[in-house]
Design a binder for this molecule. Sequence first.
Ligand SMILES: Cc1cc2nc3c(=O)[nH]c(=O)nc-3n(C[C@H](O)[C@H](O)[C@H](O)COP(=O)(O)OP(=O)(O)OC[C@H]3O[C@@H](n4cnc5c(N)ncnc54)[C@H](O)[C@@H]3O)c2cc1C
Length: 523
Amino acid sequence: MQLSFMNRTTMLQQLDETSEWDIIIIGGGATGLGTAVDAATRGYKTLLLEQHDFAKGTSSRSTKLVHGGVRYLAQGNIKLVREALKERGLLLKNAPHVTTSLSFVLPCYSWGQKMYYGIGLKIYDLMAGNLGLGKTKIIGSKKAKELLPTINTKKLSGAIIYKDGQFDDARLAINLAQTAVENGATVINYCKVVQLIKENKKVNGVIVTDELSNKEYRLKCKVVINATGIFADEILRMDDAAAKNIVSPSQGIHLVLDKIFFPGSDAMMIPKTDDGRVLFAVPWHNKVVVGTTDTAIENHSLEPQALADEIEFVLHHINKYLDVEVKPTDVKAVFAGLRPLVKKGAANKTALMPRDHTIIVSGSNLVTITGGKWTTYRKMANDVLTNAAFAAGLQKKSCITEALKIHGWVTDTDKNAPLHIYGSDALAIKNLCKQDKTLSELIHPLLPNIKAEIIWAVQNEMAITVEDVLARRTRILFLDAKAAMEAAPVVAELMAKQMHKDNNWMQQQINDFNTLAKQYLLS
Ligand SMILES: Cc1cc2nc3c(=O)[nH]c(=O)nc-3n(C[C@H](O)[C@H](O)[C@H](O)COP(=O)(O)OP(=O)(O)OC[C@H]3O[C@@H](n4cnc5c(N)ncnc54)[C@H](O)[C@@H]3O)c2cc1C
């Protein structure tokens, strides 16, 4: 069994003991964590700093798809789709415990639609080559109803079934952090970069505040990578106060429903909403995630709020396609995320690799990467490191992540086993239950998570707060916000025991969590 060495105190000691890092990465989402894995496995002395918890930002708020992006295919962006399909295939191989292949049913209402989408999705499946997940098929409306029992069959002429990937985004983020650490990186949550250090107009370090102790560190390095997603502009302005914004955030929301509204194990893809986007209904952890939207947002934050219009939009569309009615009171949780879209024209001459993601090497050698998607994090990491190593004159080293197994990798995953998402760590969690029988009790009667997961998260996954456990180590907040609030006292008590915290800490944690969780409730 492979154990991680994730211990925040040990990590902080490294800050005092290391005189110079090769690479400091700002941001602990998909992009930053993927970059930390790549940098560490190339042999660079690597540090990653995250201001809040790993995946607190956009990376825990995705639609949970590991996909090539059918949408990009319709736009004719073949190169991007082929690249994403390759990454989809690699991720399903390298992290089988947190990913899965899933059938998607696309309802069609005319012969023409069946042909159009059937041919398009056939091409999509062929483009994956030997990393394909299964054949695209055209089915009749009767079969479609069997697969999606609540689908509205009025005027339905049939459907297309195609395969794509699915994952648990925040769990993968934690596993990437563990993989980075096991390969020699230092990764620390709750450490905010507040300033860049410069010498002769070149960035060669950062000033960081430990958000838990308020201690400040001055850290030196050969190159800084800005992987802060929607916050990229703030770091760019630490480098150049006059820097123009390159990111225009776009919000997407999801509603989570009970399986009763969408029984069966297949997902549904609605190919064209009223605003011309795609909308998904995806089974996830025994619930259904429905979304998403695309709303330009002026002000960004770590906790974006779903707008009334967006909620209405998702409910309207899902109700149009189902023969059961979903009411706002049926929604178990609502969550919003912000896409770090790069403004047109921002990727000027300095952008060395303009694709779905953008890389900018500033005159000061600050390297910024933003845009892209979860699915392509590995390729993004490879691209940004090639640029960063060149900019900083680091010794050239090859990327080895194509075949690198992510922490938790196992040969056989029984996706029905309750702890399967932990992969090879599941055994150690079961062992905790053997030592203390009470740890096999459920955290909440409506959800399958057990108390041992709380202990595991504190001991091995750097969970610091009740929110870390309920939102990102387990996904309870995203699945059922009311149940999460009810579970908070149990989580706080067990964490307090583990972390030697007092009653005041417990109460503060419960209050903070409840304030947050209320924003995930619709009614
Ligand atoms: C609604 C929606 C649905 C999506 N669905 C999918 C999908 O199904 N599949 C897919 O492949 N992709 C999807 N994506 C895209 C994907 O989620 C994002 O591309 C990806 O998560 C971005 O990761 P990131 O690391 O760049 O940003 P983030 O996850 O936001 O990470 C940036 C991190 O930087 C930290 N940070 C900021 N400033 C500082 C500082 N000063 N010091 C330290 N840390 C700092 C933040 O706290 C944050 O954690 C979706 C996106 C959205 C919005």
